[in-house]
Design a protein around this ligand. Structure first.
Ligand code: ATP
Ligand code: MG
Ligand code: MG
Ligand code: MG
Length: 439
């Protein structure tokens, strides 16, 4: 992409209404624009990162054997009356009526809708286990929308629902989700810790939240620092294996890690003091096992292998895809701007032309831009007629992991400059070598 032809309305100054770094930086980098309180337009750069996160979530869900689909944003109130949640959900639910006076709502989550789809189409244990998910916009009329996309009213969420014939099988689904979530966050370049949590309005028996540690997080968390050393890495996972998923889940849930809702000071005190961690965290996902709560209320049954009708065991699982952008930036930025992890960066490399309009420099940049594009590096070429300083600030702000700087002085010696955004380190080398390093 050529910056002169792109739409990335960056800002020099901090917006006055943004209280935390990720919110400020997303606005300043021209990624989002508020259209109403807690409701945002995703400008091209923001949209690009959102799509990358969405893709990672899809890939990891499909890898775990879960089936993608898409449900609508608007739902009929009747289903929610069946489960009893139409009244329970309270003011967070955006209620709408259509021209015929029918009660509708903008879905804050989808347990009812998916249970309705399931009960009408699946009758036998032979079709189980089954996990369906979608990635769709949600609306919750938050009392205090704030921190940009971190606590929006409209937000993008992956939500999945498992259907199993008994508790044992549903626990496998629970553990399988835990493992696939760990993998998802790691691929995004993030550490998100599973913590025992409270089930809130979803209800249920077992639940973990995934938290990214950050000073600006809204939750208070307590953990054994041993959990910070755990990595899934590229170990092979057989998602069909009950034992393997349970073993990995056990590994991550053995060290103490809880949110303030479930915190137990006595247990915490038993951890050696140098390993006691207490900080703030951002909730980027949550998994629930809630048994037959919805299937009982909505009469979702299957015939088991003894020919008996039993209520299906369920759980639900969510990842805050749009919130994730904020969480990543909270975890990865400096005073000059964002520092994108390679896996989710909007562009792979920035090309800065120090002397736009100079024939030789322009030609060298064009050639570099072409080669980088062919190599799939997805370059952003700053070809604007701007001062070098302004170009550097823009690159620092938008935080691409690599920058190649091209100027007449270097070209005389046959070199360009390759700079790493994270370390700030630069080296001079030929354009070919620079590309080779990035490819
Ligand atoms: P919170 O405690 O932050 O209000 P929640 O527990 O109500 O979140 P869940 O029902 O668990 O949210 O939804 C799954 C995920 O969706 C959350 O873990 C979070 O990452 C994301 N999410 C929830 N509410 C919002 C919101 N208002 N804006 C952006 N993302 C959200
Ligand atoms: Mg909430
Ligand atoms: Mg919560
Ligand atoms: Mg939650």
């Amino acid at each position: 992409m050529r910056l002169s032809k792109y739409f990335m309305p960056t800002m020099k100054d901090n917006p006055s209404d943004a209280q935390i770094a990720s919110h400020r930086l997303m606005i300043r980098a021209g990624m989002i624009r508020q259209s109403a309180s807690g409701i945002y337009s995703w400008l091209p750069t923001g949209f690009k990162v959102l799509r990358k996160l969405e893709n990672i979530v899809h890939e990891e869900q499909v890898r775990a054997g879960h089936i993608p689909m898409l449900m609508p944003t608007l739902q009929s109130a009747d289903l929610w009356r069946e489960s009893g949640r139409y009244d329970d959900y309270g003011k967070e639910m955006l209620r709408i009526s259509d021209r015929h006076g029918r009660d509708m709502l903008y879905g804050p989550t989808n347990e009812e809708l998916i249970t309705d789809i399931f009960r009408d189409n699946v009758q036998s244990y032979k079709d189980l286990p089954m996990t369906l998910y979608h990635i769709q916009w949600k609306f919750r009329d938050e009392v205090r929308p704030r921190f940009g996309v971190m606590r929006g009213r409209e937000f993008f969420m992956k939500d999945g629902y498992n259907f199993d014939v008994d508790k044992d099988s549903a626990l496998h689904a629970y553990n399988r989700h835990m493992v696939s979530y760990l993998r998802t966050y790691e691929r995004m370049g993030m550490k998100a810790l599973p913590m025992r949590a409270d089930s809130g309005p979803i209800g249920g028996e077992d639940t973990h939240e995934f938290l990214v540690l950050a000073d600006t997080g809204e939750s208070e968390v307590f953990y054994d620092k041993a959990i910070l050393d755990l990595h899934l890495g590229d170990r092979a996972v057989d998602y069909d294996s009950w034992d393997q998923c349970a073993e990995i889940a056990r590994e991550w849930t053995t060290p103490y890690a809880r949110t303030d809702e479930t915190h137990d000071p006595e247990l915490f005190a038993q951890i050696p003091s140098e390993r006691q961690g207490q900080s703030r965290g951002i909730e980027v996902g949550q998994i629930f096992y809630f048994g037959t709560k919805y299937s009982d209320a909505m009469n979702a049954k299957v015939v088991n292998d003894q020919g008996r009708e039993v209520p299906v065991h369920m759980g639900s699982h969510g990842i805050g895809v749009s919130r994730m952008l904020g969480a990543i930036i909270e975890a990865s930025h400096d005073e000059n701007g964002i520092i994108w992890p390679e896996a989710v960066t909007p562009f792979g490399v920035g090309i800065v032309n120090l002397k736009q309009g100079d024939d030789d420099t322009d030609a060298a940049c064009e050639a570099l831009y072409k080669s980088a594009t062919l190599l799939g590096l997805d370059p952003l070429y700053d070809d604007r007629k701007e001062r070098a300083g302004a170009k550097f600030s823009t690159m620092e702000l938008i935080g691409l992991p690599w920058r190649i700087t091209v100027g007449p002085r270097g070209l005389k010696n046959g070199v360009v400059e390759l700079t790493c955004r994270k370390t700030g380190e630069s080296e001079e080398l030929t354009a070919e070598l620079a590309l080779e390093k990035l490819a």
